[in-house]
Design a protein around this ligand. Structure first.
Ligand code: FE2
Length: 260
């Protein structure tokens, strides 16, 4: 029996949480994943995460929440510092609170998860390639089944990390850009790769936010906070993986989109 994983793309604000309520139970019954993981860095109002929303998501069926550059809300840091089931990218410098990897156990199944953040058009963090490889080697002592959430802007950096870790981890799945790409494949050494898994939230916005706000921002260049729309059709985007328990190679990869 392979290790079965459902990984849900960036959950954006209340519409994202509503889309989960609508679509996640059906996906769980269709695919019967051993582990459900989601990127939740924008789950609270479109920016960051709160303790209450983290707990709501974990209660809704997630085994682990990953994140990225938006996880650092000041009031969230005390929770992040001790949270077992919320990751922040592993390649922040020493001293940053929280942890960047985990090994999940359920029944007799194990899955290692590594969260990394890219550096192209983003913060100048420690090297995600070197840290990703070192963590993959460390987690391999516990299990060959390892998923990487690479929260990054540039497609080139994401694809390069996929090739770099091919055969070293089971999957490199991109997040952060919120637009699902159609380039899913299993690389020659058995690593599942997808440049961006997409997002879970409002369908007719701009990466989960109000389109009128985004258009105004681009027209005027006057900085403004983008808000999450209150109503409108929603979608959930995800990827489902089946990983060989003995080798850690991915056998099956399904890109998923559900929408109103
Ligand atoms: Fe992000």
């Amino acid at each position: 029996m392979p290790v079965k994983v459902l990984f849900v793309g960036d959950i954006v604000g209340r519409p994202g949480r509503k889309a989960l309520n609508k679509f996640l139970p059906g996906l769980i019954s269709d695919y019967a994943p051993h582990f459900v993981i989601g990127n939740a860095e924008n789950a609270a109002g479109g920016y960051g995460l709160t303790e209450a929303i983290a707990q709501e998501l974990l209660a809704a069926g997630f085994d682990l929440l990953t994140s990225g550059n938006h996880i650092w809300r000041r009031e969230f840091l005390p929770y992040l510092a001790k949270a077992e089931k919320v990751l922040r990218p592993a390649n922040y410098p020493a001293g940053a609170v929280g942890k960047g990897y985990a090994v999940l156990h359920k029944n007799d199944k194990k899955l290692g998860v590594i969260n990394l953040e890219g550096r192209v058009f983003m913060r100048s963090l420690d090297c995600p390639f070197r840290i990703g490889l070192a963590l993959a080697e460390k987690l391999k002592e516990e299990t060959p089944c390892i998923l990487v959430d690479f929260h990054a802007e540039a497609t080139s950096e994401k694809l390069a990390l996929g090739w770099y870790l091919d055969g070293k981890v089971s999957a490199v799945i991109g997040t952060h850009t919120h637009v699902q790409t159609g380039d899913e494949r299993i690389l020659p050494e058995g690593t599942a790769y997808l440049t961006d898994v997409g997002m879970t939230g409002i369908r007719d916005g701009v990466i989960g936010m109000r389109k009128d706000h985004a258009i105004e921002l681009f027209l005027t260049q006057v900085p403004r906070k983008l808000e999450v729309p209150k109503t409108g059709p929603k979608k959930l985007e995800a990827v489902y993986l089946e990983i060989d328990e003995q080798t850690g190679k991915t056998q099956k990869l399904v890109r998923i989109r559900k929408e109103d």
